[in-house]
Design a protein around this ligand. Structure first.
Ligand code: ADP
Length: 372
């Protein structure tokens, strides 16, 4: 463990009875980092969070914080001795207690003057100064969630766990609250783990994201990495929009595809002739009025600030393309496009029956800008 490592999970396997839910998960959170467990419902995010909190024992592996073993097969430090704070989806403030008493609940053994000081400091931090004497019902949902956060961080826990804390709030409120909460955690240098199934929330909040599928972490990296350099087909599919184009390895550095020959600047792991899939994101394809390359619009999706089109190339390949809203075209029209790939994501072809592909061979290749 290095000086800045805060939380280490090593080969953590979790089970309910005989059913294994989380398999051999390892990750390291640095001090002050916000990590996120992101994945579809039922993939084991909350189970993993509960194990970190001490509510579930590990079947095997270890959970360590600040160098101290919290969970192993032989050891399970009780929740109340872990110095971990928690915020849940159901805000669960105590309705009969004032805001001040709610926030100071975890520090009620502090001397009164210190409690009041900490409450005032936290109310300032969450942007609600002066509400000490009010009761939870008099605050909006977003304000209550800020108070729940203040309550959780009042005792200065070593780690904050947030389990889908924004999912009960409406979309507009989430958009403003998520970055605000991130700023608050950063101000407090709080190490935290957020569970969510919402990738925009993960992107707005987290320094590192673990994409989980069926109890396995498929990739642990920055939001930029998992979007632009997905290591597996599942991550590429789950994060962001995109289409896969059939391609064939041409030589050590290049692939052939319906978009021509694309050249990377790192060697490919596949032998020439190997069929692979090339990930194309909507932002890789730009609308270009007079381009010689065109595709027939097969779908159009208004997304507020832009349109997302899907266009079909001559031989049937489908590409996504984002345009500004004034480029209002109809399904069936030809759309001029240009390719603006600054790197290639090449993945092995999955077995269509099982969805299984050789994950070890997934490869991201930085490619040169392409001129068609
Ligand atoms: P997520 O948070 O990703 O939605 P969970 O960790 O809640 O997923 O659940 C993972 C799997 O474990 C699901 O199949 C769920 O039904 C199962 N599960 C969750 N809690 C229990 C429990 N207490 N007993 C048995 N199975 C459970």
């Amino acid at each position: 463990m290095t000086a800045t490592e805060h939380l280490n999970l090593t080969d953590v396997t979790l089970a309910y009875g005989a059913t294994e839910i989380v398999h051999n998960v390892s990750l390291t959170l640095q001090h002050g980092e916000i990590g996120c467990l992101l994945g579809p419902s039922g993939c084991g995010k909350s189970t993993l969070l509960r194990a970190i909190a001490g509510f579930e024992p590990v079947k095997s592996g270890t959970i360590k914080m600040l160098g101290r073993c919290l969970s192993s097969k032989a050891e399970n430090v009780p929740t109340e001795k872990r110095n971990i704070g928690m915020v849940f989806q159901d805000i669960a403030l105590f309705p009969h207690l004032s805001i001040a008493d709610n926030i100071s609940f975890g520090i009620r053994d502090w001397v009164k003057s210190e409690q009041s000081k900490r409450v005032a400091e936290l109310l300032d931090l969450v942007g609600l100064p002066g509400v000490e004497a009010r009761y939870p019902h008099s605050l909006s949902g977003g304000q209550q969630q800020r108070i729940a956060l203040a309550r959780a961080i009042a005792p200065k826990p070593d780690l904050l766990l947030l389990d889908e804390p924004f999912s009960g709030l409406d979309a507009n409120l989430r958009e403003t609250l998520v970055p605000e909460i991130r700023d608050i955690l950063k101000h407090e240098s709080m190490s935290a783990i957020l569970v969510t199934h919402d990738q925009m929330e993960a992107f707005a909040m987290a320094d590192k994201v673990a994409v989980m599928q069926q109890g396995v972490i498929q990739q642990w990296g920055t939001a930029f990495n998992i979007y632009h350099e997905p290591k597996t087909r599942f991550v590429a599919d789950f994060i962001g929009l995109g289409e896969f184009l059939q391609a064939t390895i041409k030589d050590e550095y290049s692939v052939d595809s319906a978009l021509g020959c694309l050249i990377g600047d790192e060697p490919l792991k596949y032998a020439p002739g190997t069929p692979v899939e090339l990930l194309i994101r909507p932002d890789d394809i730009q609308h270009a009025e007079n381009s010689p390359l065109t595709g027939k619009i097969v779908s159009k999706w208004f997304r507020g600030s832009h349109y997302l089109y899907h266009v079909q190339l001559e031989h049937g390949e489908i590409l996504p393309c984002i345009t500004a809203c004034h480029h209002d075209h109809n399904v069936g029209e030809d759309l001029g496009i240009s390719i603006e790939l600054d790197h290639l994501v090449v993945l092995p072809i999955c077995d269509p029956e099982t969805g299984v592909c050789d994950l070890q061979e997934a490869e991201v290749v930085q490619a040169q800008a392409i001129n068609l």
